[in-house]
Design a protein around this ligand. Structure first.
Ligand SMILES: *[C@@H]1O[C@H](CO)[C@@H](O)[C@H](O)[C@H]1NC(C)=O
Ligand SMILES: *[C@@H]1O[C@H](CO)[C@@H](O)[C@H](O)[C@H]1NC(C)=O
Ligand SMILES: *[C@@H]1O[C@H](CO)[C@@H](O)[C@H](O)[C@H]1NC(C)=O
Ligand SMILES: *[C@@H]1O[C@H](CO)[C@@H](O)[C@H](O)[C@H]1NC(C)=O
Ligand SMILES: *[C@@H]1O[C@H](CO)[C@@H](O)[C@H](O)[C@H]1NC(C)=O
Length: 588
């Protein structure tokens, strides 16, 4: 019998001990993984009108396979409209397995991207719930009995590339995807709606049409609906035609990073890269620093971008930090909104246009896809629009590196600012939309003791403003402030059999504040999501052998009506404390 669990007990380490030790009792670790944000019963007290399982699938050997898809049948007793729709993805792992990226699509539109936890023992399971009311246009179409496609009344797809072939771990992932339709009053707090409120809160009415900007190979291709970005010059494009009566458009971009860029945010900048010419060996992984920018183009022209929030994958840094809590954003990876309304003047001609997606400084490889949310003017057959100003100065980048053999330090500073303004003349009047964005990024990496001690400090600050005006009168304004500091310290020692013993410490935070104003009305919300972790691990190659980790997670959301607080402390694979406060008043 093999030893089918990762030991999470704190060991007084003897580096010569055998790697697999099967004696002794099976450690008690929590099999249920959780996202330490909103409570699991995010919709407590409310019973959905209908709940249906839309896809059930086991993912065993799926590398290179197209996504799993199921034809959709909408429950007759649950016609549109609904006040809320929740997507639930419940997953379990039969045995040990690596962490994997997965996603769910509705009719080819990505609605959830997630990173699985690292199952530490057979039977690990977890559930992700996401408010998908934002995709009401798709759901409404699925619920329309007269809607038919080549796949019947629409399809739900899921992809999770897994492998059990010899040399890989035996775990099989099993997934159930369900939709819950709610009617009647809903809890009004935004906190109840989304674990990580972002700009989606800026557009309270969901879009009328959602167009996928994704891989056309979709249902048949081995990348599914994802585009694979291979390098910094690689831009993947989709041709789309948008309705001629559109008056607002927002591009929502999903992203995850893999291969040599899985840990892009800890990537040092090597002197050799700094001084290398453009003819350098581009096919090999290079230490090009921890800066990446996700961006979109419209017909080849830059239309906005974001520095991705560094979601820490379970196997990175120390796998034992993430048992049984998920890192910030791992269950429901953040998507990034770009308001492209100012560009409607270029798009409203009824022709096909190229929407491109790329990642600055990318190394192989990134999986990206986007959804274009379009609001249409039902009282017009055609809306007119024009781009009034376009201001995109080059990013100010400062790169410094000083290395002597493995040791040294590097630093990247980046500052950027861009502004777009455009008018849209529809039945709502001739309105101008201004989008302003500012980023300030800093990455500092220091390596000492012949590569044994690494210190990483990254901070990204973004400020975004979208303003709608009629003439000189401001009608509405949305402002978002985001800050994402990350600090990682690791000390590594080589151990027997080519394995590495590593001690690490982590601090990671997501701060977001949103202010919305419309006429006299004003709404604000702030989110502080923080994790501190400390522990050690013994890794053989990329697989954990054993280790320990203690993680403190604290999530606080406040808006004008509510304040919600949750703190979860874990150690040695179990939950030590899990406290929530619906009023932010700390318990005595
Ligand atoms: C999926 O649902 C079935 C019941 O239909 C249940 O037996 C199974 O345990 C579920 N699997 C997961 C991973 O939740
Ligand atoms: C889905 O629907 C299409 C069209 O009705 C049909 O050809 C296909 O066989 C269906 N697939 C499944 C798995 O039922
Ligand atoms: C970037 O990747 C694309 C797609 O794989 C490839 O065609 C191109 O040659 C690559 N460019 C560089 C500079 O490596
Ligand atoms: C580029 O790097 C790869 C991988 O390290 C190596 O195999 C190849 O020989 C290199 N090519 C050149 C021209 O240096
Ligand atoms: C809308 O307003 C802009 C700027 O104020 C102007 O340039 C444009 O011509 C107007 N469009 C229409 C159709 O009136």
């Amino acid at each position: 019998m093999g030893c089918r669990y990762y030991s999470t007990v704190l060991l007084l380490l003897s580096l010569s001990m055998p790697m697999i030790h099967c004696q002794g009792p099976v450690p008690t670790i929590t099999l249920e993984h959780l996202d330490p944000t909103l409570p699991p019963a995010g919709l407590a007290g409310q019973v959905p009108k209908c709940s249906i399982i839309v896809l059930q699938q086991d993912f065993a050997e799926t590398v290179g396979s197209p996504p799993a898809s199921a034809n959709y049948t909408h429950p007759r007793e649950c016609p549109f409209p609904w006040t809320r729709v929740i997507l639930e993805l419940s997953l379990s792992a039969s045995d040990l397995q690596r962490d994997r990226v997965a996603a769910v699509w509705i009719d080819g539109v990505e609605v959830l991207r997630t990173i699985t936890p690292l199952p530490m023992a057979p039977g690990a399971f977890w559930t992700i719930r996401k408010d998908v009311s934002r995709y009401a246009a798709l759901l409404r179409r699925l619920g329309d009995p007269s809607y038919t496609t080549a796949r019947g009344h629409g399809a739900i797809s899921m992809m999770l590339e897994n492998s059990n072939s010899p040399g890989h771990l035996p775990g099989i992932y099993s997934a159930n995807v369900s939709l819950h339709f709610y009617r009647g009053a809903t809890m009004t707090t935004a906190a109840a709606a989304s674990a990580h409120p972002n700009t989606r809160g800026l557009y309270h009415e969901p879009a009328d049409v959602i167009l996928p900007v994704s891989n056309p190979a979709g249902y048949r291709g081995s990348d599914g609906f994802w585009f694979r970005i291979q390098n910094e010059t690689h831009v993947q494009t989709a041709s789309i035609a948008i309705p001629m009566n559109a008056y607002r458009a927002v591009l929502e971009v999903f992203v995850s990073y893999h291969g040599v860029d899985e840990l892009w945010y800890t990537n040092p900048l090597r002197t050799s890269y700094l001084h290398s010419s453009s003819t350098a060996n581009l096919s090999s992984p290079r230490a090009n620093g921890g800066f990446r920018q996700l961006y979109a183009n419209i017909d080849g022209q830059f239309a906005g971008g974001h520095i991705p929030f560094p979601v820490i994958y379970p196997r990175s840094i120390n796998p034992f930090f993430w048992s049984p809590v998920a890192s910030i954003g791992a269950f429901d990876m953040p998507s990034y909104d770009l308001d492209i309304t100012p560009f409607l003047g270029l798009l409203l001609d009824g022709r096909m246009h190229e929407i491109g997606l790329g990642v600055r400084d990318a190394q192989p490889y990134w999986l990206v896809s986007a959804n274009l949310h379009v609001w249409v003017d039902l009282w017009s057959d055609a809306v007119r629009a024009g781009l009034m100003s376009y201001f995109v100065p080059p990013l100010k980048m400062n790169r410094n590196a000083e290395w002597r053999n493995q040791d040294g330090q590097s630093e990247i500073d980046a500052e950027g600012l861009w502004r777009f303004t455009g008018w849209v003349s529809s039945s709502r009047g001739n309105l101008t939309t201004s989008v302003r964005q500012k980023i300030k990024f800093k990455s500092q990496i220091e390596v000492q003791n012949r590569g044994a001690v690494t210190q990483v400090e990254v901070n990204n600050k973004e400020r975004m403003m979208v303003e709608v005006a009629r003439g000189h009168q401001t009608l509405g304004r949305a402002q978002m402030l985001m800050e994402a500091p990350l600090q990682v310290q690791t000390t590594s020692v080589s151990a027997a059999g080519g394995s590495v013993f590593r001690k690490s410490r982590l601090f990671h935070q997501l701060l977001e504040s949103v202010a919305l104003s419309e006429g006299q009305a004003m709404a604000t919300s702030t989110l502080t999501d923080r994790q501190d972790a400390e522990g050690s691990s013994l890794m053989r190659g990329e697989e954990p052998v054993w280790g320990s980790g203690a993680t403190r997670s604290s999530y606080k959301y406040r808006d004008d009506n509510t304040c919600y607080l949750r703190s979860v402390n874990t150690a040695g694979g179990v939950i030590m404390t899990d406290t929530t406060s619906p009023s932010c008043v700390a318990e005595a």
